[in-house]
Structure formats: C-alpha cells, structure tokens
Design a binder for this molecule. Structure first.
Ligand code: ADP
Ligand code: ASP
Ligand code: MG
Length: 408
C-alpha cells in the first residue's frame, strides 16, 4: 500500500463527464489499497476566463484581488470531484489551499509555498478518505488568498507529496508523458521513458509547459518520485523524472527542444560604459519583481554602450516604463523593444561531453534563413532568441537535425 498524490490538469477535468472519469480512475487506485490525495486544476479555460473578467474591470488588476478571483476555478473542481468520488462509493473530502493551510509568501499571482500543514489530511486519510486539495492556491501569514503562478497546480501536488512523504506524485495531463519537444508543434516528437531532473528543470524553465518549473525544483529538492501520465489512457508508464542518468545507455547529446513564445526584448541605447551600470539598469526592474532572463551588454564605443535583456512578454509594458525612466536618468540615447520574439533551446546532459552542439545549432538555423538575435548557453543547454514567426520552423529543423524524431 502506498500514498500517492494524483494531479489532474485542466483538460482532464474540463467537463462533469471527465470529472466522473477522474473519479473512476481514483477509485481503481483506491481499490488496490492505496491512500490517495487528488489535486485538480480548474476546468480548462476557466482561469483564463477569470483573469479576463478582472481585466474588463481594470487593465492592471490589483494582484491581491486577482488572486481572490483566479483561485475560484479550483474551488469548483474540488467540490465536483469530491462529489463524483462519493458517487463511486468512496469517502471523500475537499479542501481549498487555505483550508489545508498551504502557507505561502505574499507575492500575489506568483507566490511560493513555505509550509504545508498535514494534520487534517493525515487524520482524514487515516479515516479512509480520498482527499481532494485545490491546486494553484494557498494563503499567506495574514490569511490572504494567494496563487502560485500559471500552471501552479503541478507545484501544489508535488509540495503535498513532499510534505506528506508520498511514495509517488503522478501528474495526469493530455499527453502521455514528456516528449522530445511539444508534440503540438512537432507531431514526430518522441515520448521519453525517463528524463533527468536536471534536464526537466531546463526544459521547464525554457518554456516546456508540461510541468511548472517550481514543481520540478520541489521534486528534486525533496526527492519526490515524479511521473507524467495521460488521463485519457488506461495503460502506459508515462515519463519518470529521475535523479540518475541512465549509465547503461549512451546518453543522447540532445534530449529535447524547448521553446517559449512569451518573450520580449528591451534595449537601452548609449548609456555610459562604467562600473555599476548593469545594476542601475536592472536594479529597478528587479525591484518591480520582474524576472530578467537573457542579458547582453555590447562592447562600448566612445564611453557608451547598449544593454539588452529579455523579460516575460506579460511584463513588457511595465519593464518598458521603468527602463524609460532609468534610461533618462542615465542619459541614454533611447530605449527600444520588441515583443514579437521567442526563445528556442536545445537541452541535454550529453552536451557536456560533446563540443560543437552550438555551432551545429547556428548552422541549422542559418541554413533556414533564421537570424539569431541573442544567444545564451550553460553546461547543458543552448538558447537562441529569434523572431516569433520562425518559432515552429526553428523547433522542427532542430528536432530533426539532432535526431530526435520517432524511430531515430
Ligand atoms: P495541464 O492542463 O494538464 O496542466 P498543460 O497544458 O499545462 O496541461 O501541459 C500539457 C501540455 O504541455 C501538452 O498538451 C503539450 O502541448 C505541452 N508540452 C510542451 N512541451 C512538451 C513536452 N516536451 N512534452 C510533452 N508536452 C509538452
Ligand atoms: N488553473 C491554473 C492555471 O490555469 C493552475 C493550473 O492549471 O495548474 O494556470
Ligand atoms: Mg499545466
């Protein structure tokens, strides 16, 4: 008998029929004698709908109120799922994040989980209940409702698995595992039986939305056994995220191609080239809680330099306003930006022992006439920024060039 946390994404609970199917699946696991905690997302499209409602009232909604609104989608699905489980003859009980006491910090819309109180859950489990906990939400010290960022139900599930020392955390979604790239963009993508935490972290952080990055961080830190599976298939082992590289098998050089559309680039032109300048440009951006990704400072000319960086596209306008203000203070020649860019990355631990991956990537993109605007590398990934219109083409040619297609 094991303790298993099962998370079901938006498409898996998109209708009452699908919720009934989830309840049937949970009942099968329960019948095998396992203890089950289920973490549903909101019905697919619901969180978008709620955020759009808020934006009808205010173009820049107050983050605290936005979380009050956005968190309600999951409150609906926990109630529905608990009822469906009871219809299956099981004992079941739903909890919102704040009811459990999923304690988070107060960074509304992207809060971090600090602690989970397991008391009520343990008591109900001992009483043979299936526990249904709302994904995506928690509460801060003051009891304010918070949400964990888009895709945050994955993190709720893994954090619960860590807090309760579950034997496994299963992420049920609309694909049957982690693929070499998003199968929606490249239908020839191949399902991976296993992927290392290190690679999954890179894939997630570089845009592969199959798992929210924080869920992978959590699982790695607390050694949670994490598996991605299809909620529409009864068979299949999905993809296991593993700590160990498979020493038996020769590592492929590249394991996957990740991409992110939600990117924007900002450049401040002609600022003085002197110590401390990076801080003066990026400090105010960080103070506004905007994450900066790639950074490039060009070689200076005549004592001035250009400085570029990328941010999430949703924070482009805010970052632009801040940069214009600081650019003016620094005597910059101007501030320009582009929010029609994307980032495409090749990821693989095998890269460590194989030089030449970057040049192959540049060569392949160049041959297709795709201009590279920015580059960043680490030990196990190479990312390039290109025009958004080239995204699909870039992903497909790289996927093929690195031999990732089915049957290869
Ligand atoms: P859920 O609503 O279940 O959380 P998501 O839409 O967040 O589902 O994540 C599943 C989706 O992630 C898939 O439908 C797929 O389009 C996308 N995806 C992106 N990259 C990958 C990848 N490398 N492997 C599998 N799916 C991926
Ligand atoms: N419902 C939330 C979202 O759409 C959380 C999740 O689905 O994981 O982002
Ligand atoms: Mg998701």
């Amino acid at each position: 008998m094991a303790l298993i946390v099962q998370k079901f994404g938006g498409t898996s609970v998109a209708s009452t029929d699908r919720i009934k199917n989830v309840a049937k699946r949970v009942a099968r696991w329960k019948a095998q004698g396992h203890d089950i905690i289920v973490v549903p997302s909101a019905m697919s499209g619901e969180t978008n709908r709620l955020i759009a409602l808020a934006k009808e009232i205010s173009t820049a909604p107050d983050p605290r109120e936005l979380d009050v609104i956005a968190s309600t989608g999951e409150q609906v699905t926990i109630g529905l799922l608990a009822m469906a489980l009871k219809e299956e003859g099981l004992k079941a009980k739903s909890y919102t994040g704040p009811q459990v006491r999923v304690l988070t910090d107060s960074t509304f819309t992207k809060a971090r989980i600090l602690q989970i109180d397991d008391q009520k859950i343990r008591k109900d489990l001992a009483d043979d209940h299936v526990i249904v906990v709302a994904g995506f939400q928690g509460a801060d010290e003051e009891g304010n409702i918070t949400t964990l960022g888009r895709g945050g139900s994955d993190t709720s599930a893994v954090a619960l698995a860590a807090a309760l020392k579950a034997d496994e955390c299963q992420i049920y979604t609309d694909v049957d595992g982690v693929y070499t790239t998003d199968p929606r963009v490249e239908p020839a993508a191949r399902k991976l039986d296993t992927i290392t935490f290190e690679e999954m972290l890179e894939m997630a952080s570089l845009g592969s939305k199959v798992l929210q990055i924080r869920s992978v961080e959590f699982a790695g830190k607390y050694k949670v056994k994490l598996r991605v599976l299809s909620s529409f298939q009864d068979e299949g082992e999905g993809t296991l995220i593993t700590v160990e590289e498979d020493k038996q098998m020769e590592q492929p050089i590249i394991s996957g191609i990740a991409f992110n559309r939600d990117e924007a680039k900002l450049t401040v032109l002609g600022i003085p080239d002197r110590p401390g300048i990076a801080y003066q440009v990026l400090g105010p951006i960080a103070d506004a809680n905007i994450d900066v990704d790639m950074i490039i400072q060009n070689i200076g000319h005549d004592g001035t330099t250009d400085f570029s960086f990328t941010v999430n596209r949703s924070e482009y306008a805010k970052a632009m306003d801040i940069l214009k203000a600081s650019g003016e203070k620094l005597g910059a020649r101007g501030v320009v930006g582009d929010n029609k860019i994307c980032k495409v990355s090749a990821v693989g631990v095998g890269m460590r022992s194989h030089p030449g991956v970057a040049s192959k990537m540049f060569n392949v993109l160049g041959a297709e006439g795709i201009n590279i605007q920015m580059i960043s590398t680490s030990e196990i990934k190479i990312s390039v920024v290109v025009e958004e219109k080239y995204l699909e083409l870039a992903v497909r040619v790289l996927h093929k060039a690195f031999g990732l297609e089915q049957g290869e």
